[in-house]
Design a protein around this ligand. Structure first.
Ligand SMILES: C[S@@+](CC[C@H](N)C(=O)[O-])C[C@H]1O[C@@H](n2cnc3c(N)ncnc32)[C@H](O)[C@@H]1O
Length: 217
């Protein structure tokens, strides 16, 4: 019989993992895919307001802040938000962190961001809530806003977190709310995640024309 799904929609589940240092996802630095995108060009317009859902200790948010973006990281685990604030403060970065269930964002941040950077939140939420998550990201973006997302782990199976993703599953979740502009293997991945990541640039649906697909950054 299948194991019951872990209670990933409860902050307490993640707080327990932080408390027990069961944070196997921790890279200690920003996602290599994001680092590569920022090094090779401008993933977002200069000064863009960028949301980072499920930001953990905020390594990606801090990197974005160093590049001049107006970043807000969201996470419902208290330890994550506390550490993210401390790390940003040590660097005197203006990144903001809010303790918050990402599924509640639309009511306060409707159209409030130019861009979203998604990394390892999609695989942390209950897979049955992926459409709801995509809808939330759509709702907090301005029309035509950018979703840059590095999906992981690209493999078969149902057990998690991290809950496996497939290219078809990504397209199914995003399709109603976003137009996928570019997708492909990211230019860089952590060694243990090589071949398991998929980078997508998508545009919040607003009727605007979309360029033909190519590399995501
Ligand atoms: C796998 S960790 C990844 C953290 C970070 N993105 C990183 O790469 O280090 C997933 C994070 O998402 C947070 N999270 C999961 N579901 C959430 C939700 N519904 N609302 C807010 N945060 C959530 C967890 O607390 C955890 O910090």
């Amino acid at each position: 019989m299948d194991e019951p799904r872990k209670p990933v929609s409860a902050a307490a589940y993640w707080e327990g993992l932080y408390a027990e240092r069961q944070d196997g996802w921790e890279l200690g630095e920003a996602a290599p895919s994001l680092q590569a995108c920022l090094a090779s060009g401008r993933p977002f317009t200069p000064g863009a307001r960028v949301a980072v859902p499920g930001c953990g200790r905020g390594h990606d948010a801090r990197l974005l802040a160093r590049h001049g973006f107006a970043v807000t990281g969201f996470d419902f685990a208290e330890a994550a938000v506390t550490e993210a604030r401390q790390l940003a403060s040590h660097e005197r970065l203006a990144a903001t962190f809010e303790r918050r269930d990402v599924f509640t964002l639309a009511k306060d941040y409707a159209g409030g961001f130019d861009a979203v950077w998604e990394y390892t939140c999609f695989c942390a939420i209950d897979p049955d809530r992926r459409a709801e998550y995509a809808r939330t990201l759509h709702d907090i973006l301005k029309p035509g806003g950018t979703l840059l997302a590095c999906f992981y782990p690209l493999k078969d199976g149902t057990d998690g977190p991290p809950f496996p993703v497939s290219r078809q599953g990504i397209e199914a979740a995003l399709g109603p709310y976003f137009r996928i502009v570019e997708s492909g293997a990211p230019p860089a991945s952590p060694e243990r995640r090589r071949g398991l990541e998929w980078l997508v640039r998508a545009e919040r649906r607003s009727g605007a024309p979309v360029d033909s697909p190519g590399r995501a950054c």
